[in-house]
Structure formats: structure tokens, C-alpha cells
Design a protein around this ligand. Structure first.
Ligand code: SF4
Ligand code: SF4
Length: 164
């Protein structure tokens, strides 16, 4: 997994133009059964993927934290939301709460998340490859394929399956 992760940014750069073209087409003409296709590709990929040998999302990027996330996690730590924000979060260019630093402070050396049960919604949903109307998050996916090997494989499989 380590060598695949090291090669992933370069592989994503090589595929970027092709992926961009594919997603532009997908946005214009999404197949009627796209939601179904994405469920299938997502589940097949995550059957093969062991996130505990990877954790690249937790190491290199991080989620945004909604107010509901902040309240839930602060409650878990029995501290005030404002204290949680002061300790762990900052506001980014888009005015969202994000981690002060990566790797995420809640990631263990064994790649387990210490707040798994109460983790942010964005962590639960990453890399969003099973969400409905997937064509609407193409810009995000173009970035995620450089971080997440599973997302990279899913997009490669999409290109094999759709518009053929
Ligand atoms: S979601 Fe993707 S980047 Fe995150 S641990 Fe799983 S395979 Fe790795
Ligand atoms: S909260 Fe947990 S799942 Fe989310 S980035 Fe941190 S370690 Fe990963």
C-alpha cells in the first residue's frame, strides 16, 4: 500500500486531463442508472480495500467539521464546543472549520480513529463515491483521486463502464 500511496499523486496528475474530460461529459449526459453504477463500483472497491492499511485521507487532508460535528465530538470529550475549536480547529479560506494540522490528531499509530463513533460526517462519507448524483461532485473527485487509492480505482472503472 505504501508504494501505491507514494505513486498516487503522480498517477493522478497523468490522468487529470482525461478525468476532467470524462467528468465534463458525465455532467452533460449522466447515465440514467448512474446512482446504481456508483453503488456497485463503490461497494466492489471497498470490499477489496482495507482502509486501516492506508489512512491517507486522515494523514494528508482532513474533513471539514460542521457545527453538529463539533457539538457531538465536544460532548464526547465532555468539553465545550469553543474549547474543542480552540484546541483542534481553524477556519479555512472557504470559512469552514478544518483541522489545525495533519495527520489528524485523532489518528492512532495503528491507523485507528480514536473518535470513530462520533467522527465528522465528512469522514464517514469520504471519498463520497457512493453518493447520489455523483456527477455534481466532479471537482472534488478530481482532487480526491490524488489522495485516495480507492477513489482513483473507482474513477478508472467508471471510465471503463460509462460511454463505452
Ligand atoms: S478512504 Fe481512501 S484514502 Fe481514506 S483510508 Fe480508505 S482508501 Fe485510504
Ligand atoms: S476524525 Fe478520525 S476518520 Fe476523521 S480524519 Fe481524523 S482520524 Fe480520520
Amino acid at each position: 500500500m505504501q508504494s501505491e500511496l507514494e505513486q498516487l499523486p503522480q498517477k493522478a496528475r497523468e490522468k487529470h486531463a482525461e478525468n476532467k474530460k470524462f467528468f465534463a461529459k458525465l455532467k452533460k449526459r449522466p447515465p440514467k442508472d448512474l446512482d446504481y453504477i456508483m453503488q456497485e463500483l463503490h461497494h466492489a472497491e471497498f470490499e477489496r480495500t482495507d482502509c486501516l492499511t492506508c489512512a491517507n485521507c486522515c494523514k494528508t487532508t482532513g474533513p471539514l467539521f460542521t457545527n453538529a460535528d463539533i457539538e457531538r465530538i465536544a460532548k464526547h470529550f465532555k468539553i465545550k464546543p469553543s474549547e474543542f475549536i480552540d484546541r483542534y480547529l481553524r477556519v479555512d479560506e472557504e470559512n469552514d472549520y478544518v483541522l489545525q494540522s495533519v495527520p489528524c490528531a485523532f489518528l492512532g499509530a495503528d491507523n485507528y480513529c480514536s473518535i470513530y463513533e462520533v467522527r465528522p460526517k465528512a469522514c464517514r462519507e469520504f471519498p463520497h463515491t457512493d453518493r447520489k448524483k455523483f456527477q455534481q461532485i466532479s471537482n472534488l473527485t478530481l482532487k480526491n483521486v490524488a489522495i485516495c487509492p480507492a477513489a482513483f480505482h473507482i474513477v478508472e472503472e467508471m471510465k471503463r463502464r460509462i460511454f463505452r
